[in-house]
Design a protein around this ligand. Structure first.
Ligand code: ADP
Length: 493
């Protein structure tokens, strides 16, 4: 038997996944690692711990399944996006911890960029909004604040990159300093129109181009991992959300996936059209293969599964998340009751950081089950808010919604999602779509399969089709819109 191995380096854990040549997921190994919070709003990871946990799960996967190095055709890598590491080119030693995507320490640099009038240029050339979330200002921070880094850069001794670059550099014994289009498109220093590091932004941030990795197609050869004397090619790389879009076989314009986790991450493939959003969505690069670069629109919901955690941990209304399905099914349709979980303000398409959560429509007979059901429904309403603007921005009609992430296992939620969107919602058999995406990319370059074969590999667990009529859909969605508007500007500026 021969296999593809996908490494999935996430924000809280490192995972390794074994896929056979028929595209079946055979086995998964996972290890958590430490989150480091040195200051308020700062989030770091230890680069060596990332590497070690990733190697440990790789070795465990092989030994547990009795797979030898020579049985592995190629390796795919998917990773937490935007997080950056800077390291010594010769020794491979990190010069500072990884600064994680959640880290807010560079908000001031971003504020200054806005004051200096860079917002429009950044949006038109990187597809992004100016935010500390992305990698560029994190690189600048390390250069300006970690002692000795600047002089080492001047001596040409330093390189940097996102997590994929860090892993590849180490796996290839310091030979390949590379990344892929999807990861580059999250740095805020990469021009996604001409597919080059952007000179104007690099000059502004004083980042020398010499420290940055070479950018390649997501499905291409990134170097060779020599393991126990065997040379294993690394043939696929993508950032986690784009990898999930690929893993869901969303290869055509208008195909959308939504990951229902702590938050929701929605990506719409817009084909080779570079589209800028009028509604605060981000434009990014989808996985590239066969010399073809596709674009995608991306929107996220800040609080999705986290609202279910709030029911459990803060209100104590449920013991576990999956209970919400039976509870929602056990009571009649809600009459004008809405929960707006704007706990951290509202993101796309509203962008109101002064909004706060609220419950509307309470009457004397409202009970806890109504609150639970309304909270669950809020995940579907927030998803529709984003899909509506995606369709407008891209001028493409949604064909169907492919789902993954923990909360997609909730059948009530998926049916309600289909009802409120008036579109099919498709849940795959294997919801490990992020890792599968990286595996598919590696397999394509290794000639194991092509896009048609991947489409045929997609096994559907369940398709949810709309069951309510347009009048009802309009009525309940209008109610949601009214509720959301009433939460605007809640706290004083
Ligand atoms: P993440 O990767 O962001 O940690 P997961 O994909 O593991 O998230 O999904 C976990 C989230 O989904 C949690 O916030 C949890 O509350 C929610 N969740 C998990 N199962 C269900 C369910 N059956 N119904 C509703 N929400 C669920």
């Amino acid at each position: 038997m021969k296999y593809i191995v996908a490494l999935d380096q996430g924000t809280t854990s490192s995972r390794a996944i074994l896929i056979d040549t028929e595209g079946n997921l055979i086995s998964i190994k996972q290890k958590e690692f430490n989150q480091i919070f040195p200051n308020q709003g700062w989030v770091e990871h230890d680069p060596m711990e990332i590497l070690e946990t990733q190697m440990e799960v790789f070795e465990e996967l092989l030994s547990h399944n009795n797979v030898k190095a020579e049985d592995i055709i190629s390796l795919g890598i998917t990773n937490q996006r935007e997080t950056v590491i800077m390291w010594d080119k010769q020794t491979g030693k990190p010069l500072y911890n990884a600064i994680v995507w959640q880290d807010k320490r560079t908000s001031d640099i971003c504020q200054k960029m806005k004051e200096d009038g860079l917002e429009t240029y950044i949006k038109e050339n990187t597809g992004l909004v100016v935010d500390s979330y992305f990698s560029g200002t994190k690189i600048k921070w390390i250069m300006d604040n970690v002692e000795g880094v600047k002089s080492k850069i001047n001596q040409n001794k330093v390189i940097c990159g996102t997590i994929d670059s860090w892993l590849i550099y180490n796996l290839t014994s310091f030979k390949s300093h590379v990344t892929d289009h999807t990861n580059a498109s999250r740095t805020m220093i990469y021009n996604i129109k001409n597919l080059k590091w952007d000179k104007k932004i690099l000059d502004y941030l004083e980042i020398p181009i010499s420290i940055l990795p070479k950018v390649q197609m997501s499905s291409s050869n990134f170097g060779t991992f020599k393991y126990k004397g065997v040379e294993i090619p690394i043939n696929g790389v993508a950032g986690d959300q784009q990898s999930a879009l690929f893993g869901q076989a969303c290869f055509e314009d208008g195909m959308v996936k939504n990951t229902y986790g702590t938050g929701c991450f929605l990506l719409m493939n817009t084909g080779n059209n570079f589209k800028l959003s009028e509604n605060g969505l981000i434009t990014t690069i989808a996985c590239s293969s066969n010399d073809k670069v596709n674009y995608a629109l991306e929107g996220s919901v800040f609080i999705a599964g986290a609202a279910i955690q709030w029911l459990r941990d803060s209100l104590g209304l449920i013991k576990n998340a999956s209970e919400t399905e039976d509870i929602a099914n056990s009571i009649d349709d809600l009459k004008d009751i809405y929960v707006v979980p704007a706990f951290a303000g509202l993101g796309a398409p509203y962008w109101d950081m002064y909004s706060r959560g609220a419950i509307f429509g309470l009457t004397r007979d409202t009970g806890k089950d109504h609150i639970i059901k309304a909270t669950l429904e809020s995940l579907a309403y927030q998803t529709r808010d984003i899909i509506d603007v995606m369709q407008k921005d891209a001028n493409i009609k949604l064909s169907s919604l492919k789902v993954d992430g923990g909360a997609c296992m909730n059948n009530y939620l998926m049916q309600f999602q289909s009802d409120i969107l008036n579109s099919d919602v498709i849940r795959p058999d294997v919801i490990e779509t992020t890792a599968m995406g990286a595996g598919y990319l590696a397999g394509i370059f290794s000639d194991i399969w092509d896009e048609d074969k991947i489409i045929s590999l997609q096994k559907i667990n369940k398709t949810f089709s709309p069951k309510i009529d347009e009048r009802k859909r309009t009525k309940i969605y209008n109610g949601w819109n009214k509720a959301v508007k009433r939460t605007f500007n809640w706290i004083e500026k």
